[in-house]
Design a binder for this molecule. Structure first.
Ligand code: PMP
Length: 434
């Protein structure tokens, strides 16, 4: 079955498919962080549906919540009508919100994907401010819908200005740390205060508290606070895209809590649906000025996803899994840091909570004349990914050059599983280094 399914799907599916190329496995069963393939092989899954499975695969509380809806005879799909299932979801969601947002929030259900919620957030701030430009950051990932609104004859004149996202390892200013972040902040201010910069009066700023697809780059807390100050001083709504960082992943329930800032808009998807498709924007009620129908999406009423999501949010909250992610993530990142010393092809190990990245570099390449780290090595990262798979470990690649091995284990990962992940990854790196 295994070979036949792989062969047929690779003949039928589009050239755009990605994971299936690097991970030629046929999952037939999964529980927690273990996936079993059609060939009987077992894998530890650190991809977690691209960070979606906060509680791992088929967690009993999630299955139970889904079954309860199925057995109740409730409708599975009702667009945006009010239902008891939705009521339970919003109650739990509002219970978890950061303090500054909790008492004054509104929620808009979007289509099934994170991208839908990003579009909704951009539409919202444009409606609320009457302006159109959007500030975003280098290396950002917010989704893939370039043309949907434009092709519908709708508002498609979104102009985006790219600003530098600070990072230590490949700091655009070559200094890193607090100084690099401060230079990035000043750059942002100078763009905003220059009437000829193209976006003098933006409708909003959108940022990821930790860039995920961009290569696991955690923003510094002081930079987050500066972005909050800079946008507040100019009445620019700040949108935090927590599609990947939300629901405990980074060691706080929402990653904005690390810096203590209150964004005007939170964009949520992935784990909020408890492994089923769900996406919402949550925002300060003063922004709630858009007209009925200003944002739509047929699948914004997925009852099973709301039930699975509510169960996941409650489980993470009640079991302190954000704190667990902080502790275990710190331990894992510290141990992986040893790879940096042991292997010159490991350039950098970084992360926040259970969002961890290991950047592979080319130690043979001549060092850049301007200083800084050796060039990224996507080929070596892919080789490490393959070596991990041979050892029964599924990891994700990311980063602007696909040179970062990413770990997104479920928040329910045990200490023993964490050790197994680290052992297998270290072993894979050693094999590639030979
Ligand atoms: N924002 C962020 C931060 C993401 O990581 C992603 C997906 N990786 C998206 C938005 C898009 O979400 P989706 O793929 O569900 O459309």
């Amino acid at each position: 079955a295994h070979e036949g399914i792989l062969r047929r799907q690779s003949a039928r599916e589009s050239a755009a498919r990605t994971y299936a190329r690097a991970l030629p496995i046929v999952p037939v069963r999964a529980r927690g962080m273990t996936i079993e393939g059609a060939d009987g092989r077992r894998y530890l899954d650190c991809l977690s549906g691209a960070g979606t499975l906060a509680l791992g695969h088929n967690h009993p509380v999630v299955l139970e919540a889904i079954r309860k809806v199925l057995d109740s005879g409730a409708p599975l799909h009702v667009l945006d009508l009010a239902t008891p299932v939705k009521d339970a979801f919003t109650t739990e969601l509002f219970r978890t919100l950061p303090p500054g947002l909790a008492d004054h929030a509104r929620v808009q259900f979007c289509g099934p994907a994170g991208t839908d919620a990003v579009e909704a957030a951009l539409t919202l701030v444009r409606a609320a401010t009457g302006r159109s430009g959007i500030l975003a950051f280098t290396g950002a990932y917010h989704g893939m819908t370039a043309g949907a609104l434009a092709a519908s004859g709708g508002a498609s004149d979104v102009r985006v200005a790219r600003l530098p996202y600070p990072q230590d390892y490949r700091c655009p200013f070559g200094v890193g740390g607090a100084t690099g972040a401060e230079l990035a902040s000043r750059w942002t201010e100078s763009v905003l205060d220059d009437p000829k910069s193209g976006v003098p009066q933006p409708a909003g700023m959108i940022l990821e508290p930790v860039q995920g697809e961009g290569g696991v780059i955690p923003a510094r807390d002081d930079w987050m606070r500066r972005m909050r100050e800079i946008t507040a001083a100019r009445s620019i709504p700040l949108i935090a895209d927590e599609v990947q960082t939300g629901v405990g992943r980074t060691g706080a329930f929402w990653a904005v809590e690390h810096s203590g800032i209150t964004p005007d808009v939170l964009v949520l998807s992935k784990a909020v649906g408890g492994s089923l498709p769900l996406a919402v924007v949550v925002y300060r009620e003063e922004l709630d000025v858009w007209e009925p129908g200003a944002h739509a999406g047929t699948f914004r009423g997925n009852q099973l996803a709301m039930a699975a999501g509510a169960a996941t949010l409650a489980y993470v909250r009640e079991n302190g899994l954000a704190g667990r992610a902080a502790d275990l993530g710190a331990r894992m990142t510290a141990r992986l840091g040893g790879l940096e010393t042991d292997f010159d092809l490991v350039g950098d190990v970084r992360g926040r909570g259970l969002m961890i990245g290991v950047e592979l570099v080319d130690p043979q390449a001549p060092p850049p004349t301007t200083g800084g780290p050796p060039p990224p090595a996507p080929g070596l990262a892919a080789a490490v990914q393959r070596a991990c798979l041979r050892r029964g470990l599924i990891v994700e690649l990311g980063g602007r050059h696909s040179s970062v091995v990413r770990l997104l284990p479920p928040l329910t990962i045990s200490d023993e599983q964490a050790d197994a992940v680290l052992d297998r990854l270290a072993d894979a790196v050693a094999e590639v280094a030979k």
